[in-house]
Design a protein around this ligand. Structure first.
Ligand SMILES: Cc1cc2nc3c(=O)[nH]c(=O)nc-3n(C[C@H](O)[C@H](O)[C@H](O)COP(=O)(O)O)c2cc1C
Length: 189
């Protein structure tokens, strides 16, 4: 399978990257794995112009940044892993911009859903955060479920690593989460 991971943290060697890299190492033994480091790219916010709805086959977004190229890489994958540090109870702003730009992947015409370009793909959420899951990393999971349902994706899982301090202190927690993600992936494939 083609697995695309998206690191939504600006910290290349941070907590999210540490867990994601462990998962990527496990997955790469059996699958093709590619990573997007979101801060390598310029992705502006969605303009809400709806001009993308005219094109049913492609993203069709008219913005001239890196957003469309990233969406095309997403469309070429079987499984997409969205990885983010928890920023103010949600995604990092960089990843949120890309997730908003997924708007062009579901096409509406005359009040009807005319196409859903991610339909049938599998997606997973990986989040690291400083505090607990309860009353903190709960709403991001609801946001993710809701957006993936809208896009027509199956959710492999939502993997939250709470109480993170430094990447080197993650130890067993990172290994356990990566193993859990990989086991779920293998059970599905
Ligand atoms: C702008 C900002 C907002 C944050 N908001 C939260 C939060 O709402 N809840 C939480 O538990 N941790 C929060 N944190 C801590 C990070 O989620 C945590 O340190 C995370 O593991 C960082 O991941 P990274 O090293 O991959 O960037 C915040 C950190 C920053 C920089």
């Amino acid at each position: 399978m083609k697995i695309l991971t998206i690191l939504g943290s600006p910290r290349r060697k941070g907590n999210t990257a540490a867990v994601l890299a462990r998962f990527e190492r496990l997955a790469a033994a059996e699958h093709s794995v590619e990573r997007i480091n979101i801060t390598d790219y310029e992705v502006r916010g969605c303009l809400g112009c709806d001009s993308c709805f005219k094109n049913l086959e492609e993203p069709g977004c008219k913005q001239k940044d890196d957003g469309v190229a990233l969406l095309e890489r997403i469309l070429a994958a079987d499984v997409v892993i969205y990885a983010s540090p928890l920023y103010c109870w949600s995604y990092s702003a960089q990843l949120k911009a890309l997730l908003d730009r997924h708007y062009c992947l579901v096409k509406w015409q005359e009040g009807q859903k005319a196409a859903a370009l991610m339909q049938g793909k599998t997606a997973a959420l990986l989040v690291t955060c400083g505090d607990a899951v309860e009353n903190n990393a709960d709403t991001i999971q609801i946001e993710f479920e809701r957006e993936m349902e809208y896009l027509g994706c199956r959710v492999l899982g939502k993997y939250i690593v709470p109480h993170c301090t430094l990447p080197k202190a993650l130890g067993e927690k990172a290994a356990r989460t990566a193993q859990e993600m990989f086991a779920d992936l293998q059970a599905m494939s």
